[in-house]
Every structure is written in structure tokens, then in C-alpha cells.
Design a protein around this ligand. Structure first.
Ligand SMILES: [Zn+2]
Length: 389
């Protein structure tokens, strides 16, 4: 039998403590430790040490390995006054963590010492519910969900590819979604462009898309651009966004998207479809090839029919658009292995997936070493095969 005081004295004799000054010095030094806040949710809402991970004491044992997989990583635990974290530190030692300390005086001492703290932004109760299946995943969690809510994604085209990617990006809680499309809804679109429906025929696609997405998720702000993407508006529009999802269906737009994205160093998630074949890639300027490195020149129009001319299986843009949405979310969260420098090729008839390695072209006119790019090429009045400047 031992009283709380005796227990605490015993624990403190078996762990190491550091004071707030030491922790502050450590945080600006090279050897970064992981700081774990073991307090309860309502305490954390009042303020937290910047960069600390919140794992309430009751969940410490079950969750810590998700956040700190390496037992060699130095860990500092803190609570309000330094007692709960002393017990937490002993538990972490028992779990095999080699370098554990408890913050003497806890968050109270940190705050009183005049050190910086932040009041964490949190998901609202409604958002906790809506995104609970994301929050449960350690790679996303609340922090990742807040990141998605802060993200701005521009979708080129509210058509076959933009429909599924827009739908799922909105459902996932990407907070701002811009959509560029000059068209109105046509009956022949409805076989695949699932953002729209029979009652919206004749309405601008961007307005129809906005209505669908904002009804699906009121957290999402949809910004419609009912215009064609041109060399005159592309830089202004792109400038507002973190990431571009290309769902365009023609070569001039793809080159324009590429060139503007390289110029502004914005990553483009690319998707394209033809009848039963789909392609997906991610073009991250200067880290992988750009669209022009891979496709230096557009094919002549007779070899590059659009969906309107060649037809497409209605399901295929759904598959390709969802791969685009998947890449977008990975890029926004900084998780996984995006398709940079790889081209995913999908054969919907054979159900075969192939991945081609793509290389940067040192002579690429937009991202190459000796780039000759000197402004946008006006494809609409140029010949079928424009020559790079
Ligand atoms: Zn290039």
C-alpha cells in the first residue's frame, strides 16, 4: 500500500525531469525531442506548447507508438504541473523509450516563464462527427483534417474527371475548391458528369457543381469561374490555389495548365481518358517531369479526338478522377508516395494497371536546364502542332 504522495515520490526518483528553460533550449537546438502533452482535451484547449503532440494520459500506452515509433527518439512529457507527466514518463520508460523526461512544473511553469504557447484550433463537434473516419487514421488525424479544411484546390473542368474528383475532395473536407469551366450542362454530359443532373440542363456547369458540392458539405467554399482558361487569366486564377487538379479534355488547355503551373511552381494532378484507357500522373515542377517533358508536342487534331468526338465509357472518368482526388489529398497532407515521375495507365477493359517511369527532359522548353520558354503559346490560333518558342 502506498499513498499518492509516496507513489509520486517513488516515480520521481526513477525518472528524469527537465525544467522549462532546458526544454526551451532543447527545442531551438539540433537534437529535436518529441514533446507530448498528456493533459485532457479541455485543458489543452486553453493552450499548448507549440509543436507538442496531444495524447491524453489515458490513451498514452495505446497511441504513443503511432506517433513515436522509434524508441531512441527523445521524448518530453508534460501535463499541467508535472505530476501526471511523471507517471507518464515512467510508463514510457517501461515501454522501452530510452530517453524520456518529464517537464518540471508542467504547462503552468512554461506559461509563467513567459514561453510561447498556442491555443490550438480545433474541429467543431459537427466536424469531429463528419470527419471522424479521417480523424481515426493516425496519418490524418485532427491536424490533417484541419490542413484539408485550410487547403485550396483548383479543378480544371466540371466534366467527367472534375465531377468525381470534386465530389470526393468536397466530401473529404478540402475547404476551398475553385472550378473553371465555361460550359453549360448538356444532356449528353449526364452519362458521366455526376456533379450535374437532369434538372440542371442548360445551367452553367460551375453553378451546378457549386450547388452539388456545397449541399454535400457546407464546410466547403466553391469558387466558380465560368470562363475558359486563357493565357490572360490563368496566372491570376492559379495564384490563389495550393494545387491544381487537371480534368480538362483537350491539349491546348493541358499545355496552358502545365506552363502556368511550372511558372508559378504549382503541382498539377493530371488525368486523361480515351474510350477505355485512362492515365494519371502528378507533375511537380522541378522535382519531376512536367507535362511537356513527357508530351513535348500535342498530336495533330485528327489523332487527338476529344470525348465529344471519340466517345468514352462513362465509368472510366470516375475511376481516373478518383485517382486524381487520391493524389490530391496525399499531396495536401504530405503523406504516401505521389505519382511524381510516374504515369499510371489504366486499361478498364482488361482491368490492368501499369506504371511507367517518366523522366525530366533537360531540354524541356518550360522546365529544362536551358529553358527557352518565353510566354504562353496561343494554341487557339496556331497550327495543330505548335512549336515551342
Ligand atoms: Zn518539363
Amino acid at each position: 500500500m502506498a499513498s499518492y504522495r509516496e507513489l509520486l515520490r517513488g516515480v520521481k526518483s526513477r525518472i528524469h525531469e527537465i525544467d522549462v528553460r532546458e526544454l526551451d533550449a532543447q527545442r531551438s537546438g539540433a537534437a529535436k525531442s518529441v514533446v507530448i502533452d498528456v493533459r485532457e482535451q479541455d485543458e489543452v484547449e486553453q493552450g499548448i506548447i507549440p509543436g507538442a503532440i496531444h495524447i491524453p494520459r489515458g490513451y498514452l500506452e495505446s497511441r504513443v507508438e503511432q506517433y513515436v515509433p522509434d524508441l531512441e527518439t527523445p521524448v518530453v512529457a508534460y501535463c499541467a504541473a508535472g505530476n501526471r507527466s511523471a507517471f507518464a514518463a515512467e510508463t514510457l520508460q517501461q515501454m522501452g523509450y530510452k530517453n524520456v523526461t518529464s517537464l518540471k512544473g508542467g504547462f503552468g511553469a512554461w506559461k509563467d516563464g513567459g514561453f510561447k504557447f498556442v491555443v490550438p484550433r480545433d474541429l467543431t463537434p459537427a466536424q469531429m462527427k463528419r470527419y471522424s473516419r479521417h480523424v481515426l487514421i493516425p496519418e490524418i488525424g485532427k491536424e490533417g483534417q484541419l490542413k484539408l479544411l485550410d487547403s485550396k484546390v483548383l479543378i480544371i473542368g466540371a466534366g467527367g474527371l472534375g465531377s468525381p474528383s470534386g465530389y470526393y475532395l468536397a466530401a473529404a473536407g478540402v475547404g476551398t475548391i475553385g472550378i473553371v469551366d465555361s460550359d453549360v450542362v448538356d444532356e449528353s454530359n449526364l452519362q458521366r458528369q455526376i456533379l450535374h443532373n437532369s434538372t440542371r440542363i442548360g445551367q452553367p456547369k460551375v453553378e451546378s457543381a457549386k450547388k452539388t458540392l456545397e449541399e454535400l458539405n457546407p464546410d466547403v467554399k466553391v469558387i466558380p469561374y465560368q470562363e475558359r482558361l486563357t493565357r490572360d487569366n490563368v496566372l491570376n486564377i492559379f495564384g490563389e490555389y495550393d494545387l491544381i487538379v487537371d480534368g480538362s479534355d483537350n491539349f491546348p488547355t493541358r499545355y496552358l495548365v502545365n506552363d502556368a503551373a511550372v511558372l508559378l511552381r504549382k503541382t498539377v494532378v493530371h488525368g486523361s481518358i480515351f474510350r477505355f484507357d485512362g492515365q494519371v500522373s502528378v507533375f511537380k515542377p522541378f522535382e519531376g517531369p512536367c507535362y511537356r517533358c513527357v508530351f513535348p508536342e500535342p498530336p495533330p487534331p485528327e489523332l487527338a479526338p476529344t470525348c465529344d468526338e471519340a466517345g468514352t465509357l462513362g465509368i472510366l472518368p470516375g475511376i481516373v478522377g478518383l485517382f486524381e482526388a487520391n493524389e490530391a489529398v496525399k499531396l495536401l497532407l504530405g503523406i504516401g508516395d505521389p505519382l511524381i515521375g510516374r504515369l499510371l495507365m489504366i486499361d478498364a477493359l482488361a482491368v490492368e494497371f501499369r506504371t511507367l517511369r517518366l523522366k525530366r527532359d533537360p531540354n524541356c522548353p518550360v522546365c529544362g536546364e536551358h529553358k527557352r520558354f518565353s510566354g504562353f503559346v496561343d494554341y487557339e490560333v496556331s497550327t495543330a502542332i505548335p512549336q515551342p518558342a
